[in-house]
Design a protein around this ligand. Structure first.
Ligand code: CP
Length: 428
């Protein structure tokens, strides 16, 4: 029997599928599958394209992962992550490298749902309260969509104007009242430490969707998940990587959470590039260097040499008065010319978004939009499986998801964005 026959037969056996079911699952015609399963000396034998082999390997890998995860009888991930015995996610300090990688496994299990191939109803009947007291597109909508894709429903409140906090209601009262209405809370609030205050008034899961210049743990988790997927495609490891963070490192909560989360890995080098007044707070630098990582601080993008990742951020103008920022000139913009000058073909360019695309903003340039190194939309897409995983873990249904999946029935485009097919071709 040829290696190709063995591979495909083993895949069908593992998935417990007939040839008809298997050809539909991998999106090929039954006739093509039949030719791949013929003996090599048959005149009708055909070699399976490498992209199909890669896809089948991914499906099998996920199946093995789901089986192992579902059958494991260790301490629950919610217990490992939780804080004071409660299933909250307030800071990346709650995560170790092991629990983080376990969360990545659960995110992998969620991928077929996030890609609209499968559906699940494990959170049927549950209601999420999305309390956003600051502007948001990604965090608010992707947490809401993630909850809905697991079968739950969402109640939103946005801004102080439409909340009774404008009448002087306390965080404690708001949190306790909301806990009687909903089964989990995602909260974004302009004050550092405020989401922790919400969490002390309730026993339902509370997730920090960003507390002022404090933290944004779910963003850091999805950023690192995205980074590890990009690295895996390139055959690289996060251990030993050189990561540049650029922009507003003082008020940017995404970089505060991300650098602390990355500190769980080994032998990292960080190049932190910001205007002089927007440097990373010292207490965060100290917490990273004590793990033995190397940090170089700079005010110039010419220091972007030989980095594996460029993580750009927006200047958080809403967090300080509208004064000019010294050193934030057009030379501070990450654009195609700069990346071509300083970075190699495997450098990954990331940004938590939103980026400020208005004239004179000096944020990540849109002229990189067709550069396959730009991972920003792969990054935002990963917000869904990661946030589904966070809910499933904190609400105790993470081990039920794999067996709850059914096929999605509606038509989905083969690629979500108009440029994604082009990117896939370049990335394979
Ligand atoms: N990355 C991020 O937090 O985006 P939003 O502000 O749109 O939620």
């Amino acid at each position: 029997m040829s290696a190709q026959q063995t591979f495909l037969r083993d895949a069908m056996r593992r998935l417990n599928m007939t040839r008809d079911g298997f050809s539909k699952r991998i999106g090929v015609r039954r006739r093509a599958l039949d030719t791949w399963l013929l003996p090599e000396d048959s005149s009708e034998y055909r070699t399976m394209p490498s992209i199909v082999k890669k896809f089948v390997s991914e499906i099998i890998g996920r199946e093995i992962l789901m089986t192992e995860y579902t059958q494991s009888a260790h301490e629950s991930l919610a217990e490992k992550i939780g804080i004071s015995g409660k299933p909250h996610l307030l800071s990346v300090d709650q995560l170790t490298r092991d629990s983080l990688e376990e969360l990545f496994h659960v995110s992998d299990i969620m991928q077929p749902i996030a890609r609209r191939q499968k559906i699940s109803r494990v959170l049927e009947g549950a209601v999420l309260g999305n309390l956003f007291f600051e502007a948001s597109t990604r965090t608010r909508v992707s947490f809401g969509a993630a909850f809905c894709r697991l079968g739950g429903s969402v109640c939103d409140t946005t801004g102080f104007t439409f909340s009774s906090m404008v009448k002087g209601e306390s965080i404690y009262d708001t949190s306790r009242v909301m806990s009687g209405y909903v089964d989990a809370l995602v909260i974004r609030h302009p004050e550092k430490g405020s989401v922790a205050e919400f969490s002390r008034a309730t026993n339902i899961p509370v997730i920090n969707g960003g507390d002022g210049p404090g933290e944004h743990p779910s963003q850091a988790i999805l950023d690192l998940y995205s980074m590890s997927r990009e690295f895996s495609r390139l055959g690289k490891l996060i251990d030993g990587a050189h990561i540049a963070m650029v922009g507003d490192l003082r008020y940017g909560r995404t970089v505060h959470s991300l650098i602390k989360l990355l500190a769980n890995y080994r032998r990292l080098k960080f190049t932190l590039i910001s205007p002089p007044s927007l440097e990373m707070p010292i207490y965060i630098l100290d917490s990273v260097t004590k793990h033995g990582h190397v940090i170089q601080q700079s005010t110039s993008l010419t220091d972007l040499k030989q980095v594996d990742v460029v993580y750009a951020t927006r200047i958080q103008k809403e967090r300080f008065a509208d004064e000019a920022i010294e050193g934030y000139t057009p030379e501070f913009q990450i654009n195609q010319a700069l990346i071509n000058t300083y970075c190699d073909k495997h450098t990954i360019i990331m940004h938590p978004l939103p980026r400020d695309s208005r004239a004179g903003a000096n944020d990540l340039s849109t002229d990189l939009n067709n550069d396959p190194r730009l991972a920003i939309f792969r990054q935002t897409d990963n917000g869904i499986p990661v946030r589904m995983a966070i809910f499933a873990v904190l609400m105790g249904v993470d081990k039920q998801v794999a067996h709850s999946m059914r096929d999605a029935k509606w038509n989905v485009p083969s690629h979500i964005g108009p440029d994604d097919a082009y990117f896939d071709a370049l990335l394979d």
